[in-house]
Write a protein that binds this ligand. Structure first.
Ligand SMILES: Nc1ncnc2c1ncn2[C@@H]1O[C@H](COP(=O)(O)OP(=O)(O)OP(=O)(O)O)[C@@H](O)[C@H]1O
Length: 304
């Protein structure tokens, strides 16, 4: 469990994180979404005690990260995958980390296997591709078998196989009851990986909801209606308060009324329908809507 309350960070005159409050619960993958510069990395660094908040608190498993006696055993983090001693082999890099944290050799072999680096264990880390470095970062984070895992943009630079692999691993770790908090600016990726989303824009909380709720709340969703009597139906729908647009492949896109309301209205008007189907917004569209609102708000307040 991660509990963030009123978390705020100013860098000089830049407010990177602005009064954020949210919980990250165990047993789920929680996606941390926001455009570039939204404050995701800064928030993660404050949760990990690497940056001091200007105001507010971030608790991991009930206490601030530096107050944990054996942090590696409680909280794993993958922040900067290139931050390893490049001259060391993957195995020695992990062994040094393990030994300084009272973790045995056997666990080093286990995590190397878990992240698929068993064969490359003897290679120097500096010869690793970005994908291999990401795997090594994850192996280090998992050394202490932690209950909480934070990953900052873990799929950056990975090929489709690597992305699929990391997605499955994160979901497996969550299913084991761990708290998994993953930042990304890739909406499509989060739609497949996360159960729950924390969305930020310009340091502020824009949404704290399930993936399904974020999509459902988007006004980009609409009802698709096909009828041989479009010209009769469209004005009636508008009179009932709906917004009606022609669909690119024919038919009408109706927003402001749900399927049941459209079907009942058509029935009362004696209009035949060939199709009546809800069309969900993509997470991408929902995200653009959410973050566009935050940019408008920021420029308005900046002007006043
Ligand atoms: N050490 C720092 N000194 C000054 N400003 C900083 C520092 N770190 C971050 N910022 C600023 O804080 C804001 C938030 O940055 P942050 O890196 O947390 O965003 P992010 O959501 O992680 O972005 P990205 O997706 O691009 O990594 C940005 O305006 C950034 O320029």
């Amino acid at each position: 469990m991660i509990e963030v309350r009123g978390l705020t960070k100013d860098y000089g005159r830049t407010r990177a994180v602005d009064d954020l409050s949210f919980d990250v619960r165990p047993g789920h993958v929680t996606g941390f979404l926001g455009p570039n510069g939204a404050g995701k990395s800064t928030t993660m660094r404050m949760i990990l005690g690497l940056d001091r908040p200007t105001r507010g608190t971030a608790l991991v498993l009930g206490r601030q990260y530096p107050a944990h006696h054996r942090p590696l055993w409680e909280v794993g983090a993958v922040l900067e995958s290139r931050a390893v001693h490049g001259g060391r082999s993957a195995y020695h890099h992990l062994l040094c980390l393990a030994q300084s944290n009272g973790i045995g050799r056997r666990r080093v072999h286990e995590v190397l296997g878990l992240v698929g680096l068993g064969e490359a264990a003897g290679r120097r880390a500096r010869t690793f591709s970005l994908g291999m470095s990401q795997r090594l970062g994850l192996a280090a984070a998992l050394l202490g078998d932690p209950a909480v895992l934070l990953c900052d943009e873990p799929v950056n630079g990975l090929d489709p196989e690597g992305i699929h692999w990391i997605r499955s691993l994160l979901r497996t770790l969550a299913a084991q009851g761990r708290t998994i908090f993953v930042s990304s600016h890739l909406m499509s990726e989060m739609a497949l990986t996360a159960d729950h989303l924390i969305v930020v824009g310009r340091g502020r909380l824009l949404a704290d909801a399930s993936v399904a709720e974020v999509i459902a709340a988007s006004v980009s969703g609409y009802v698709l209606v096909r009828s041989p009597d479009d010209t009769v139906l469209a004005p009636r729908l508008r009179a009932a308060g709906a917004t009606v647009r022609p669909h690119r492949d024919g038919g009408l896109e109706v927003s402001g009324l749900d399927c049941a309301a459209v079907g009942e209205l058509a029935g009362r008007a004696g209009v035949v329908l060939h199709e009546l189907s809800p069309q969900q917004a993509s997470l991408e569209a929902a995200f653009l809507e959410l973050t566009a609102g935050s940019v408008d708000f920021a420029s308005e307040s900046g002007a006043s």
